[in-house]
Design a protein around this ligand. Sequence first.
Ligand code: HEC
Ligand code: HEC
Length: 288
Amino acid sequence: MIHLVKPARVALVLLAGFVPILRAQAPAAPPTPPPVRRGGAGAGGNYKNYDSATLERGKRTYTANCAFCHGGSAKGGESGPNLLRSITVLHDENGDLISKVVLNGRPDKGMPKFSFTPDQLADIAAFLHDGVRAAAQRGTYKILDILVGDPKAGESYFNGAGGCTSCHSVTGDLAHVGSKYDTVNLQQKIVMPRESRYGARSGPIDKGTAVTATVTLPSGEVVNGLLDHIDDFAITLIDEHGERRSFTRDDDVPKVELHDPMKGHTELLKRYTDADIHNLTAYLVTLK
Ligand code: HEC
Ligand code: HEC
């Protein structure tokens, strides 16, 4: 697989750069699936592809040590939170943040510490990142079935159980949404409208979807701003004057509250069935 994919990428890069020269000579490059953007700190980049041996090892280590609390597919279990929606995991680069949590634990909160080798930690991180990718791509599978939805059922879900009207109106912000996107993109927007964004590294911050934070210092001072970075030991935000401010964290001091405008959507993801998604798409597509 890897040997096939790499030359294809090179060919695409070349084509992009030298279209006029190469188009006549080069055979058409085999279609490569479009890269998928990831959220969190790596929002500048795309999801990584891990080889199956790494994922298999990561899954085995995860299942033996973590599944008990975080669930078999890391979507949360008896006593541990959903790791595929965890800010720590989304913001992790190559295991840096996940490793800190795993090696130190959070004993007072019920997360034990483990001693793993760097290789084992990298395998676990790969397994979790691959899970995040699978969850994000959920909306892209079964695309062929996309028009099987029932618009009437979609309309009642939209106005009822889906709770969409608490944030949207079909005569307001979603008016004409059916003309704005083709069907596939519309379905994608329902599932993942825009990634929550944070981190100055990720380029310009979109205020509509940016994660903000409120830090309350022991002195009582309250600092609000756009979240730039957070891990177990520190938080950095950009305050209202555009200044970057960092604070070290020691458990709950200072108090940190995160506000994620896309939380409504990510929460909904857990509740959607495929039928709900298809029905909603079939309904929204009628809003021309
Ligand atoms: C005995 C239960 C238990 C086991 C086993 C366990 N965890 Fe946890 N884990 C927790 C709990 C509870 C939390 C939430 C702690 C908190 O509230 O800060 C947590 C938090 C985390 C977090 C941080 C999530 C976040 O967003 O802050 C990561 C990452 C994590 N665990 C990974 C793992 C991995 C990887 C393993 C296996 C090597 C593992 N955990 C094993 C209970 C467990
Ligand atoms: C808690 C608030 C909230 C809820 C509930 C909610 N959304 Fe959203 N939705 C948003 C936000 C915020 C955006 C991003 C708006 C933006 O991109 O500026 C968005 C974007 C969208 C978009 C993309 C719109 C565009 O023009 O790009 C669609 C489609 C959508 N939501 C559908 C739904 C559907 C269907 C439901 C119910 C099942 C729903 N939303 C429930 C907050 C919510």
